[in-house]
Write a protein that binds this ligand. Structure first.
Ligand code: NDP
Length: 483
């Protein structure tokens, strides 16, 4: 039974899968995947666009379920679902262009052959998702995998199984013929069983610690994995930033979904000349936010054990000399955490180094943008980031060790379906969204085709010593020049 973290009310009842159920589901998905791949890009596009319309038409119903099951404010759920729908739309419309068969240019050295490329589906893709964005995050993998022609077996988080089932049930309404998109429910052991079930690729989104277990399980069968893991994203506020805009984006980017966002702003580096004014604006905005179950800006913390982590990070920051300019030691009032802004927190504090996943921000002062970049890049994580400023902002963004950066906004790259999404270092590897996100779910298939005789026969035992001498001369002619 799945329940609301705010009220305990039931959100849904789902059957827990045994390992044999997982294998059976993947087996059935394999057959379904062959059928789905056989439909071709045009028929799949048509089905996916019908599903997109269904999702859009029932957005209030889904937002209500996301709110009940995960505790997220309805408005945040609407924004999440909207971006997910945009990804379904883009993946459906662009799969053929990005993945479909096409000619590519050949080179002078092999000019007698034409070259063909396409990206063929893997077969069955396993998707393991987290609870914090139970629509946007799994669909970032599943919609692209489906558009590429794969069947998908989805293991939602134990905290949001009803939302996962809703997505699969609505997809089944538009694709009733075969179990192309299915779920398996349960705890981590069901996720582990999915890794070992014979899926052809595994797309994991969740914590870095679990990602390592997933990789280890997939390594047993050389199953390729895509890892979208945690982060500790930084915002940099430069001296020529629009401070009102920066404060607004910082409060939203850090505190939306009660801070339970993989690409949420968790630490801020503001340059000395604007530090005090920026902090005042952040505190003023964050202090206005309401906290509660219904109609509030900030909902409950979804996972009860996360409350201990948030409390520990706040206490540790204060014990090490940080100051709370909003919230603080008594901000954690289960199941809620009130907005907390901590300043001058030592860089080795847990609140600066580890994922807090609560509505808290650390704001530290730095000499200049260079020092901000050094500090921002000092962690093993490297998911997203944000830079506010004018003259240097894009240059600073390019220097951040992160997969995505928003300049003069926060988190906006997640809704940009034309851009790839993913991290570096302990934030993972591989990409969802955009062209890279489609290619992630297709195997490159390369075909060469002879279109004439070889003037310089190389790939044959029929070649003569004179042919080899001509090959040497051609090599020097083509590649021996200095430029
Ligand atoms: P977890 O890593 O705890 O869980 C993620 C999923 O993995 C859940 O479905 C979980 O099941 C499952 N799982 C647990 N153990 C195993 C195992 N041994 N083998 C296979 N699967 C397993 O993460 P959370 O659900 O707590 O999500 C929060 C984390 O996700 C944060 O670190 C956040 O930063 C990250 N995240 C990253 C995103 C990105 O795009 N980079 C996006 C969103 C979140 P169960 O829940 O039943 O335990």
């Amino acid at each position: 039974m799945s329940t609301s973290p705010a009220t305990g009310v039931e959100a849904g009842r789902l059957p827990v899968a045994a390992p044999a159920d997982v294998e059976r589901t993947v087996e059935r998905a394999r057959e379904a995947g062959r059928w789905w791949a056989g439909l071709g890009f045009t028929a799949r596009r048509e089905r996916l666009l019908r599903w997109r319309s269904l999702l859009a038409g029932r957005i209030e119903e889904l937002a209500e379920l996301v709110h009940t099951e995960g505790g997220k404010p309805v408005a945040d759920a609407v924004v999440e679902i909207l971006t997910a729908i945009e990804h379904v739309d883009w993946a459906a419309r662009n799969a053929r262009r990005v993945l479909g068969p096409r000619r590519v240019r050949s080179r002078l050295i092999v000019v007698e052959f034409s070259a063909h490329l396409e990206y063929q589906p893997y077969g069955v893709v396993g998707v393991i998702g987290p609870w914090n964005y139970p629509v946007h995050t799994p669909l970032g993998s599943a919609a692209y995998a489906l558009a590429a022609g794969n069947a998908v077996v989805f293991k939602p988080s134990e905290y949001t199984p009803a939302v996962g089932q809703w997505l699969v049930d609505t997809f089944t309404e538009v694709v009733p013929e075969q179990p192309v998109f299915t779920t398996v429910h349960g705890l981590g052991d069901v996720g582990a069983a999915l890794c070992r079930s014979g899926v052809d690729k595994l797309a994991f989104t969740g914590s870095t610690a679990t990602a390592k277990k997933v990789m280890a399980a997939c390594a047993e069968s050389l199953t390729p994995v895509l890892v979208e893991a945690g982060g500790k994203d930084a915002m940099i506020v430069d001296s020529d930033a629009d401070l009102d805009a920066a404060a607004e984006a910082c409060v939203w980017g850090g505190l939306t979904n009660a801070g339970q966002t993989c690409i949420g702003i968790e630490r801020v580096y503001a340059v000395e000349p604007v530090f005090d004014a920026f902090v005042a604006k952040v505190v003023e905005r964050a202090g206005r936010l309401t906290v509660g179950a219904e109609g509030a800006d900030i909902g409950p913390i979804t996972m009860p054990r996360q409350l201990d982590v948030i409390r520990r990070h706040i206490d540790d920051a204060l014990a090490r000399g940080g100051r709370a300019v909003l919230g603080g030691a008594d901000a954690v009032r289960p199941p809620y955490v009130h907005p907390t802004v901590l300043v001058d927190v030592p860089e080795d504090a847990d609140a600066v180094r580890q994922e807090t996943f609560g509505p808290t921000l650390t704001v530290n002062r730095v000499r200049d943008a260079d020092e901000a970049v050094t500090r921002a890049n000092a962690l093993p994580y490297g998911l997203g980031g944000s830079v506010f400023g004018r003259r240097r902002a894009v240059a600073v963004a390019r220097r951040l060790r992160a997969g995505m950066v928003a300049v003069n906004s926060a988190l906006t790259f997640a809704g940009m379906s034309t851009l790839p999404f993913g991290g570096v270092g302990e934030s993972g590897f591989g990409r969802i969204h955009g062209e890279d996100g489609l290619r992630e779910f297709g195997r490159a298939k390369a075909v060469t085709r002879r279109r004439g005789p070889s003037l310089l026969p190389a790939a044959t035992f029929e070649r003569t010593p004179a042919d080899v001498a001509r090959l040497v001369r051609a090599t020097k002619l083509l590649y021996g020049r200095r430029r």
